[in-house]
Design a protein around this ligand. Structure first.
Ligand SMILES: [Zn+2]
Length: 124
């Protein structure tokens, strides 16, 4: 009870982590193909360019069908990574804390509202 502000923050973080983990599980279950994991690790694991070329057509077809989910899952995994590194909730552009409301609405966001608008000016 003595440290109520800190406690609220860590509870919120815990809550957001759970939201992210649930969303990640949901997306994985929804996509459930052997390609999913390979794709998510594509940067680290493919060293053979022939293998990559062979795979890339299938991957392309798959990504086209699932691009939104893949993108979202990557964002979520990234956010979970930031949670582990304790950089979660900090705008990756200006370095200021992202508003709590925004984190609750879009838990995987990387940017505060102002910076998000700079990132995608065509959206407005
Ligand atoms: Zn910012």
């Amino acid at each position: 009870m003595a440290n109520s502000t800190k406690k609220t923050n860590s509870n919120t973080t815990k809550h957001l982590r759970r939201v992210l983990e649930e969303k990640s599980t949901e997306l994985r279950a929804h996509m459930m193909t052997p390609e999913t994991n390979a794709l998510l690790r594509v940067d680290e694991e493919i060293h053979d360019s022939a293998d990559l070329a062979e795979r890339s057509h299938e991957t392309w077809v798959w990504v086209t069908k699932n691009s939104f989910d893949v993108m979202l899952l990557r964002e979520i995994e990234d956010a979970l990574g930031r949670l582990r590194k304790r950089s979660y909730g900090t705008c990756m552009d200006c370095g200021r804390p992202v508003a709590q409301k925004r984190l609750e609405a879009v838990p995987w966001t990387r940017y505060c509202v102002a910076c998000q608008e700079k990132q995608s000016p065509s959206m407005n």
